[in-house]
Design a protein around this ligand. Sequence first.
Ligand SMILES: [Zn+2]
Length: 305
Amino acid sequence: MLFRGGVALELPLARSAVDRDYLARTRPELFDELWSEPTTRVLALFEGSVLLEAQSLKLLPVESVPSANYRVYLGRDSVGPIVLAVLNENAAKQLEPSAENWHHLRKTGAGLDDRDAGLFVQALALANWHANHQHCPRCGTPTLVEAGGWVRRCFKDDSEHYPRTDPAVIVAIVDEQDRILLGSQGAWENNRWSILAGFVEPGESLEAAVIREMFEEAGVVVDEPNYLGSQSWPFPYSLMLGFVARAKTTELRPDGEEIEKLRWFSREELAAEAPNLLLPNRISIARAIIELWFGGELVSALEQR
Ligand SMILES: [Zn+2]
């Protein structure tokens, strides 16, 4: 392991406290059964946002939720079943007219407890998949939601389509002097820095993706990819797999398309400059890995806004 210190990687979106109860998904009368259970509660989602009550997700009684575009059975907590209801604009306004009371994961994720962080991530990844898979990829026919919301079926050719998760590697490159490589994308706000990431390509191992992506984006040859941990990143439905890798070369060559600027940071430099930099959001694995390398919490310009 290239990191000193033995600090554990803490990932805000890798938490869960819900039994997904997957065997129940295929029961033909599932939603009728759930509606008749007095402990069933509904998580309403509208355009990627949810309602909160104090610091928790607002889970609603079945009868108070207007009709949904579709529903997904998320599973059970210690109280009972939880169902996701994805609402259209009219239903969302009927439930809660004030737009400011609908909250996004990027703003609220780190403050939620384990159950709620897991539920929000699960709900968002599923809803984003549904939004992008309304038609059969084989014949273009509109698909039907089945199996408690976990399958979309084409009634024309009877093909079944399952929720997808797209793997991406995210990598702390560390050099011989124990400096970390951060990059800044042209599309980002000025002075926003993060470690580098990229999608795994078909037929590729995670390790090969680390080596290829880091060379493509930064021109740096890396070896020894070491796996650190993973968390869901439901924008729209990625899984981020965190690595640390050793730089064999230190000359930097930003790809100019995605990455505009690259820079090696020592711990002293990052500690001194962080208050003026925009580091990744606290819910991201990027932030957790940068702080793991640093050996403690950093306060960036993002937290001072
Ligand atoms: Zn089809």
